[in-house]
Design a protein around this ligand. Structure first.
Ligand code: ADP
Ligand code: ZN
Ligand code: ZN
Length: 738
């Protein structure tokens, strides 16, 4: 290939968000002699135009100069991210073996990816006029809406249209009249007005353990370190975060706080707003494109001091970086499961190192990786082992349900405990991680089972909707009562889902209210919030729900928690399952017995002697984790080794298998550092949405050996002819072997 060198022309190497791991060369526009690395450009690409990111400048290209096209437009005067974050994205692209253009794209909000200008839209901000300053709000009492809005502006000093829209309905007519009466002024501003809560709360008096943690964390400000704050639910981790954040804010620096779940953001946002008078930005996938655009630029320009968000918010640029906090660090939602499969926890630590700022990982149930790092003294470990205030720890009870008569999953002793709790006017929380009525419908005569024709799974009965539904691809069909195979048999449900337990609870406790919280019952906008409000107000006696109950929400009047079926987590082929189950048990248990009421946690199981389960309940999460880590070490599993999972799928079952066999052969040629190759095998659920899935697991006791193998083979896969017929991906540090 001709390698061309130019004397005067500048060649720009551009990363573009397409699934090819290479940079594209363009000529710089003639009238611009200075294009900084990191800026966005619009370039011609095939028949279309694309937004790309300038990664390098050069005088050389592998392509002949006369075949190079020119950059159409330079979008930014200066790069929007700093050098360190630029390095971070390059590192992430290398480490996760994902194209740089796609990684860059993931770090920017959709608006900027599409080429929108990096400016904040102007907002109208209202403040009192000189006339308004002299007015007593009492004089507006005959027009209550005007009076209310006037008082809001009076106490907040200024209010923006966006804040009014968030907090008030139908405020525009009142504003219009107040403006007409000359009582208020409107100004257009590009600067974000601060948090309108005028009187912020004082910090709580920290207890000894909290003080110790706060002091240790404050001491670490100003340079890189990782601290693992292990605090049981209700021990006041949030209070610790807030006192440390206050110090960071006093230094004029910014903070990113990441949460695993969108639904947890409003709760924390409210607590922060009551504590801090700074601007707080929010970023998660349920917000509009403009909202995310603003949050990103507010942090980038230093207008906002705190960013609260989920996984992808991690990449938001900071003008004055100070601190990164990951709450519930053990949660697997921090690992992206498709596309750019990064771990927000691991990338946060690399970012902390590059920016030279501390990272705090907080949780009641640390991941085994983090505990291992703490044991190795890579992380500072801080403990909060007591509940803050005067709340007590819950008591655990194991109910052996072998050979016991169950009423839709509820054992007799559990029903008695529910009765007793309800009699004391306290709330009950039941956990079952399966929605729908029952996971299987079977013919009582010929044993025919309703299965999805696109996936390797049975269809789940959704009795309330009168359908059978596939939980993997969403396929559904009407629920029938007679067997399509033998035409005579009666169809019956097998197994438990939340709908089924809900029906039984309503039958057993007709005087009490039951709320079911799962993905089906909380679909509408605001519907989950509505349920949560009714629970907090005491309008619900029995709460029944899935996974979504385990995360963060506080139910102070719940004193009995029961996990109806812990066994499903004990049988999984994925070695992560037992860790996830233990975390789930402790997290669900954490919902009980806050405030002054002691709580009980009941686990129904057919394996009451399971060693890890017994240790967890008798000796607590830490002893469990120690034991589980020893088992991992003996089996040479992460964190004592490193893994990467190559996945492949296609409509034709032989294509992905042939592709992965080819990959496996290729690996044999390059594998000089003892990487174990397991497979290819079909995925635990082989057929999904009409595609056949296969996988190849790579493992090495040394992370760098595995990485060096991946460095060599992944670039080759793009051009393998066997890769043309399949979709494939590589998942570094997979948390799910599915
Ligand atoms: P966590 O985040 O560890 O679950 P929180 O920070 O939410 O715990 O604290 C649990 C409850 O205890 C909250 O209501 C909080 O206001 C209260 N709390 C925290 N620290 C203290 C303290 N030092 N004194 C009194 N109450 C506290
Ligand atoms: Zn039948
Ligand atoms: Zn399906």
């Amino acid at each position: 290939m001709a390698n061309s060198t130019t004397q005067n022309l500048l060649i720009i190497k551009v990363a573009i968000a397409i699934p090819i791991d290479k940079l594209f060369d363009y000529l710089a526009p003639q009238n611009i002699n200075h294009i900084a690395i990191g800026t966005r450009v619009i370039v011609p690409f095939g028949k279309s135009k694309k937004v790309g990111f300038v990664v390098d400048k050069s005088k050389n290209s592998d392509i002949k100069i006369d075949r190079l096209k020119q950059v159409i437009e330079v979008l930014d005067d200066a790069p929007l991210i700093n050098k360190k974050d630029f390095q971070l994205l390059q590192w992430a692209s290398r480490y996760y073996h994902y194209p740089l253009g796609e990684v860059f794209s993931a770090a920017f909000p959709v608006s900027l990816r599409k080429g929108k200008k990096a400016i904040l839209p102007q907002q109208t901000v209202y403040r009192l006029s000189a006339k308004g300053e002299c007015l007593n709000a009492e004089q507006l009492k005959r027009t209550p809406k005007q009076q209310q809005i006037f008082q809001l502006i009076q106490s907040a000093k200024y209010l923006s249209s966006s804040i009014l829209s968030q907090t008030e309905t139908n405020w525009r007519p009142a504003i219009k009249t107040l403006l007409a009466k000359d009582l208020i002024l409107a100004e257009l501003q590009a600067k974000v007005p601060g948090n309108p809560v005028a009187d912020t709360e004082k910090p709580l008096q920290a207890n000894d353990q909290q003080s110790h943690a706060i002091n240790q964390l404050i001491e670490k400000l100003g340079q890189f370190s990782v601290s693992l704050l292990e605090g049981i639910t209700g021990s006041g981790k949030t209070e610790v975060y807030m006192q440390v954040i206050q110090k960071v804010l006093d230094l004029g620096q910014q903070v990113i706080v990441l949460l695993p779940e969108i639904t947890l953001t409003p709760q924390l946002e409210n607590r922060f707003k009551q504590r801090f008078s700074v601007v707080i930005s929010i970023s998660h996938s349920k917000l509009t494109e403009t909202q995310r655009h603003c949050a990103w630029l507010e942090m980038q320009q230093g207008q906002s001091a705190i960013l609260l968000g989920t996984r992808s918010a991690l990449f938001t640029p900071l003008k004055n970086p100070g601190l990164i906090i990951l709450d519930e660090e053990h949660d697997s939602s921090f690992k992206q499961q498709e596309g750019f499969r990064f771990s927000a926890r691991d990338v946060a630590i690399v970012r902390g190192k590059l920016l030279n700022i501390p990272v705090i990982l907080g949780t009641a149930t640390p991941s085994l990786e983090s505990l291992h790092n703490a044991e190795k003294k890579r992380y500072q470990l801080l403990h909060l082992s007591e509940r803050a205030g005067s709340a007590t720890k819950p008591e655990f009870l194991l109910f052996d349900i072998r050979n016991k008569k169950l009423q839709d999953g509820l054992s007799e002793p559990l029903i008695n405990h529910i009765k007793k709790t309800l009699a004391k006017k306290q709330q009950v929380l039941l956990f079952l991680n399966r929605r729908g009525f029952a996971p299987v419908q079977i013919c009582h005569n010929c044993a025919w089972v309703a299965r999805c024709h696109r996936c390797d799974t049975s269809l789940v009965i959704h009795a309330n909707d009168g359908v059978l539904r596939c939980h993997h691809c969403g396929y559904q069909q009407h629920l029938s009562t007679h067997c399509p195979a033998c035409k005579t048999g009666e169809l019956r449900p097998i197994g438990l889902g939340t709908e089924r337990v809900e029906r039984r609870l309503i039958e057993l406790f007709p005087q009490h209210s039951v709320a079911r919280l799962d993905r089906d019952s909380t679909q509408g906008k605001g519907s989950l919030e509505n349920h949560l409000d009714r629970i907090t107000q005491g309008k619900i006696d029995i709460i029944l729900g899935t996974q979504m109950l385990a995360k963060g929400h506080h139910f102070p009047n719940v004193t009995l928690v029961a996990i109806l079926d812990v066994d499903s987590g004990l049988f999984s082929i994925d070695f992560h399952a037992i860790e996830k189950l233990a975390q789930l048990i402790i997290q669900v248990a954490g919902r009980a017995g806050r405030a002054e009421k002691p709580g009980k946690v009941i686990l129904q199981t057919r394996q009451p002697e399971h060693p890890l389960l017994t240790i967890l309940l008798k000796q607590g999460y830490n002893s469990f984790a120690k034991k589980a880590l020893i088992e991992r070490q003996q089996a040479d599993l992460p964190p004592f080794s490193s893994q990467a999972l190559l996945r492949s799928y296609a409509k034709n079952p032989s294509d992905p298998l042939i592709f992965l066999q080819k990959v496996s052969q290729l690996i044999q040629q390059y594998n000089h550092l003892n990487t174990q190759v397991l497979g290819p095998v079909s995925a635990p659920m082989a057929k999904r949405v009409g595609n056949f899935h296969f996988q190849l697991l790579l493992q090495n006791s040394q992370r760098k050996n595995l990485q060096s193998l991946l460095d060599q083979i992944i670039p080759l896969l793009y051009s393998l002819k066997e890769s043309k017929k399949v979709r494939w991906s590589v998942d570094v540090d997979p948390v799910d072997l599915y």
